[in-house]
Design a binder for this molecule. Structure first.
Ligand code: NAD
Ligand code: UDX
Length: 457
């Protein structure tokens, strides 16, 4: 079997590395139009940080895993083509701010159609609006000269930071196909790939539309739990209940379950917001405004939680942070990834820059360039000042030196073990600490002398 994957990103790279690892007889080629990214995949410094990824790439690259910019060549040689390109929220025209931008997907379909010959299975790996497979099939068959295509939906459920473990031992693999004999046969071919390491009862086959929709719904349900507990965190602050105790107490009910009930400064990542907006757009499109409004509230609550945190920082610091140094510990949207897409840290930092604070940012894995880009450093602010109010530090103690406040915005393990006495000694007084991830012992911090705040505690 010869597999090609279009899109060497956070999903394409790790997913294909795992297939190559588990299916040594399958040749896997990951292609991308971004030559820099492909070069990084072929180097010792992979473009993404993911625990366990380096080892697997090192073991398979050059053996049965290849990264290349030769898109056409890889399509021609493949029996099965995964499409794993980005599907961001549209920023222009109809559905701007909500609908998924499908231009990259369509470009792939046109590319595949123009060069492919013979029988090809095209697999949707990207997260897509329900019924996209129909458009894909139409574009493929209208533009091909004689090739035959089966389109499958195989959404990816990995979470960043735990991608390799999720891929090695997934809760389930979902494969949607047409219910024609050819569709079912194509699905069986893909089942046989995963069955090389995933127990058969964890491989679910459904019709195309259920598969496409399940991906959006899974993310909506997960994000909804976070918004639900974050809503309760505000009530805890008003009533002296402790949100961690409430989470624990309700999570012990096996019907509710304990996962994804951690109150935080707000969820981030490239998927939750984008996929819920997409779901909301679809509901509106299909004439279901009440359903759309219901899901939209998950995003609104998340926006409110991020803003509530910034406001708490400003109001605690005597209603002004102008000219004050504030240390920001953590920029990634969660621990164990260098990904900053939609990170709550970006929103909080922007709010504080608008308030004219001076930020010192430290993150163990995010590059200085990325932080500068996300915070529009060097650009002109609304009030005409150049935006130069952020410095990037290589160590958390330097970031906290002479700061009025320390903000914990990513739950990196190393932040739990910092020498907080040393941090306190170096700060201006009163020294504030705002734990946006509830990873610190607030009582111990107060014992040192900090004004310590958590979320919902
Ligand atoms: P990404 O931006 O990291 O990677 C996408 C890659 O596709 C980029 O490198 C881009 O250059 C490439 N690309 C775009 N158009 C191309 C084309 N025409 N030809 C060749 N290459 C092209 O995105 P990602 O995070 O890997 O996400 C990919 C898809 O998977 C999205 O639909 C996303 O919603 C979904 N998804 C992401 C995650 C996640 O944790 N990141 C999890 C599950 C599903
Ligand atoms: C998510 C889904 O979990 C995954 O199945 C899907 O394939 C892609 O989207 P990801 O965004 O990578 O994965 O990470 P996830 O662990 O879901 O965390 C998303 C955000 O929610 C992070 O900012 C995280 O810190 C936050 N979060 C998560 C909470 O605030 N509280 C929680 O209890 C869990």
């Amino acid at each position: 079997m010869n597999i090609c994957c279009i899109g060497a990103g956070y999903v394409g790279g790790p997913t294909m590395a795992m297939i190559a690892r588990k299916c040594p007889d399958t040749k896997v080629t990951v292609v991308d139009i971004n030559a820099k990214r492909v070069a990084q995949w072929n180097s010792d410094h992979l473009p993404i940080f993911e625990p366990g990824l380096d080892e697997i790439v090192r073991a398979t690259r050059g053996r049965n895993l290849f990264f290349s910019t030769e898109v056409d060549e890889a399509i021609v040689a493949a029996d099965m083509i995964f499409v794993s390109v980005n599907t961001p929220t549209k920023t222009y025209g109809m559905g701007a701010g909500r609908a998924a931008d499908l231009k990259f997907i369509e470009l792939c379909a046109r590319r595949i159609a123009s060069v492919a010959t013979g029988r090809k299975i095209v697999v949707e790996k990207s997260t897509l609006p329900v019924r996209t497979a129909e458009s894909l099939k139409t574009v493929l068959s209208a533009n091909s000269s004689g090739a035959e295509f089966q389109v499958l939906s195989n959404p990816e459920f990995l979470a960043e930071g735990t991608a390799m473990a999720d891929l090695e031992s997934p809760d389930r693999v979902l494969i949607g196909s047409e219910s024609t004999p050819e569709g079912i046969k194509a699905a069986e071919t893909l089942v046989s790939v995963y069955a090389q390491w995933v127990p058969r009862d964890r491989i679910i086959t459904t019709n195309l539309w259920s598969s496409e929709l399940s991906k959006l719904v899974a993310n909506a349900f997960l994000a909804q739990r976070i918004s639900s507990i974050n809503a309760i965190s505000a009530l805890c602050e008003a009533t002296e209940a402790d949100v961690a105790e409430v989470s624990f107490a309700i999570g012990r009910d096996s019907r509710i379950g304990s996962k994804f009930l951690k109150a935080s400064v707000g969820f981030g990542g490239s998927c939750f917001q984008k996929d819920i907006l997409n779901l909301v757009y679809l509901c509106d499109h299909f004439g279901l405004p009440e359903v759309a409004a219901y899901w939209e509230q998950v995003i609104r609550m998340n926006d409110w939680q991020k803003r509530r945190y910034s406001q708490q920082v400003v109001s605690s610091l005597f209603n002004t942070v102008a000219g004050k140094k504030i240390a920001v510990l953590g920029f990634a949207f969660k621990k164990d990834t260098n990904d900053t897409r939609e990170s709550a840290s970006i929103y909080v930092c922007r709010d504080l820059v608008d308030e004219q604070a001076n930020l010192a940012v430290y993150d163990p894995k995010v590059s200085e360039n990325q932080i500068r880009k996300d915070l529009n450093q060097g650009e002109v602010l609304v009030d005409g000042r150049p935006n130069t109010s952020v410095v990037i530090e290589q160590d958390p103690y330097a970031a906290a030196k002479d700061a009025h406040a320390v903000l914990i915005l990513t739950e990196w393990d190393e932040f739990r073990d910092l020498d907080f006495q040393r941090i306190f000694d170096g700060m201006l007084k009163p020294a504030f600490i705002f734990d946006g991830r509830n990873i610190l012992d607030l009582k111990a911090l107060r014992g040192i002398g900090f004004e310590a705040r958590g979320i919902g505690r």
